[in-house]
Design a binder for this molecule. Sequence first.
Ligand code: PHE
Length: 445
Amino acid sequence: MQAAKFSRIGFILSAAGAAVGLGNIWKFPYITGEYGGGAFVMVYLVTILFIGVSLLIAEMLIGKKGGEDAVTSFETLAPSAKWAWAKAGFLFSIGLIIMTFYSVVIGWIFYYLYVSVTGLPTTLEEATATFDVLYGQSPYLQIGLHFISVVLVALVLLRGIKSGIERFNIILVPLLIMILLGLMVYAMQFESFSKSVAFMFVPDFSKLSGEAIIRAVGHSFFTLSIGIGAIMAYSAALPKHTNIFVAGLWVAFLDTFIAILAGIVIFAFLFQFGGEPAKGPGLVFMSLPVIFAKLGTIGTVIALIFFLGMAFAGLTSAISLVEPSVMYLERRWGWQKKSAVFGSSFLYFVVGVLVILSISDGFKEPLTFGTKSLFDVLEFAVDSFLMPLGGILIALFVGYAMKRDDVEAVLLGHMGNTVFKVWYFSIRFVAPLAVLFLAYNALYL
Ligand code: PHE
């Protein structure tokens, strides 16, 4: 059976939907705030351009040329047993591990949609109390919200590539962009708008610590969805003549554009109404709601629109995190789609419940390791080790296991000789070394 293929635009929007997620709207603004703005953004942009895009294209190449789930693609593209170990990194999708906490955060967004309607917190104390309802006090509420997110994601996956994933993304990604552009136009009337732009773009290198650099590099991987086989799974359904290079550039551009847009909007609101940029993970869940509350009715509308956009961003990424496992169970184990979706969803739902309990009063003790909750442990492991590891495998595989001729056969026509040379050099040397540096340093942070 010939599996369904994306349309070209369907692929670009779906891969962009995978890339644009909580990483862009929740994480990027707060780590930019924490690490001082412009200089941090600069490192992030340089990494995306010189390492991120290269790896993204490499992952797309494996997906498209292999045309199957990650494990099968690794097998067919380098039949030599010498490389058999490489596929091990993709046997069990890291996407499911990410989903154990990602889906929990999507649940929080659902809760904030409800808070937007029923009454936003008006002081920082109230905002903290609202957030604590989730983070600590109400595991059952969180489990319910996590369950809703699991079901929504499963419903899209059940419908397959064309009428599920592609349709969902073709609607939601442009909507998200419109929401953020709308918010930006609104924020442009603020005096603080130019301050926000300056904060994001004028670098102050004295603020750039080693830790900031590591976070910027790590985040550029996370935000582009590199290294877990998500983009690979989507690329297996690429139409035959798609130019991978151009498609990859589009995805990276949209991802970066949306992160910057979200950052400018959020900081414009913060500077205008007196929030702190260095507010940490609570930035969008605590500081922003208080600001929206100050704006009265229009603030409620803005809050609703903002959290809706964030929910869209989260869900379109979530489906790409689960699809690799679904594909693997279907193709390798011959499972029906229904069972594959149910099996994958069940797995991360259950572990997700443990993640929730690990941050809930009364349950957290057995789920805390040292000072870190299971939630923190998983997030840290994904960011600092599992995704970089996947990235390195992809770089080594394309750079050394696949024959240069085969790689050239696909990409030379897409990118031309000079760009190909730069890209190939980056994949063989720059990207693996950069990733090693990242993982090594993360160990000692
Ligand atoms: N890129 C997504 C984000 O920024 C997260 C993600 C990682 C999605 C890996 C798919 C694969 O939120």
